[in-house]
Unconditional design. Structure first.
Length: 196
């Protein structure tokens, strides 16, 4: 007969929460590939303590991904779902996702699948993809988005945006957002759709 697991001591719980908080701060600014040494330094613990408490980098990321990125993506999905037209929903979804990639390095890492072995990250990406594909189908059925645009194209647009954000991190947000309009306008089915 095995003994029941003993509850964690209060100081151990504080230690775990301190590491989580530090990871959220560090990953938000530097992305999910930031060295664990920086998380350890911010938390005031050794890197070994992080491994002891979370098992691995992936364990730590899995412990913070909902708060770090999932809530933002779910918020985008909810806001876009409330819009009236298929064109507005499709374009607003892409615009918000592209801006999320620009604003938050950790979100960009999720969307470009920088850590493909994390189950929560893969689940989050798949949920976002399915939602995007539904928006694409609805916009194409309404005749407002070009019919030759495929779900794979939408995936690659997000991957390409991620690469652009990483390569051109010094561009002002306003310039990045202005260039997104050129991209989104090019996805519309006809010039007349540009005014709708």
């Amino acid at each position: 007969m095995t003994e029941p697991a003993r509850p964690r001591r209060a100081d151990a719980r504080r230690n775990v929460e301190g590491i989580r908080r530090a990871a959220l701060d560090v990953f938000r600014t530097g992305g999910l590939t930031t060295p664990l040494d920086e998380v350890a330094r911010a938390a005031g613990v050794s890197k070994g303590t992080i491994y002891h408490r979370f098992g691995s980098r992936r364990g730590l990321i899995d412990a913070v991904v909902d708060e770090l990125v999932a809530e933002r993506i779910q918020g985008i999905i909810a806001a876009v779902s409330a819009l009236d037209s298929p064109l507005a929903r499709f374009e607003e979804y892409l615009l918000r996702m592209f801006l999320l990639q620009f604003d938050e390095p950790a979100a960009n890492d999720v969307l470009i699948r920088a850590l493909p072995d994390s189950e929560p990250l893969l689940t989050l990406c798949e949920k976002a993809q399915e939602f995007a594909f539904g928006l694409l189908r609805a916009a194409q059925e309404a005749g407002v988005i070009r019919t030759d645009l495929t779900p794979d194209d939408v995936n690659h647009l997000i991957l390409e945006r991620g690469a652009i954000v990483q390569a051109c991190g010094q561009q002002p947000r306003e310039d990045y957002q202005r260039r997104l309009r050129f991209l989104l306008d090019g996805l519309r089915s006809t010039p007349s759709a540009r005014t709708s």
